[in-house]
Design a binder for this molecule. Sequence first.
Ligand SMILES: [Zn+2]
Ligand SMILES: [Zn+2]
Length: 93
Amino acid sequence: MNPETIDKIWAKSGGKCECIKAAHNHPGGHCNKELVREMHNKSGAGGWKLLQMFVSSGENINAYAVYCIECFQQLPAVLQKDETYSGKVWGTT
Ligand SMILES: [Zn+2]
Ligand SMILES: [Zn+2]
């Protein structure tokens, strides 16, 4: 995953959390928290993570969503540990 692809996913999100988990009780169904591009994989104000929604070959930006740190931390641990979106893999390719 190259930085240009991450930029495309970021652009797709509009710079906002794309979480639509009903369990989070977001008003209107969407989180829509405003995030900061430079805060990728960082905690704190505007921090966010890339979440892999489904397995896809190649660099399909629709397979990924931008999640704020708060929503990401509410996901099951099994999802959070997937290195394909933790930054370890993406940061080195
Ligand atoms: Zn969120
Ligand atoms: Zn959420």
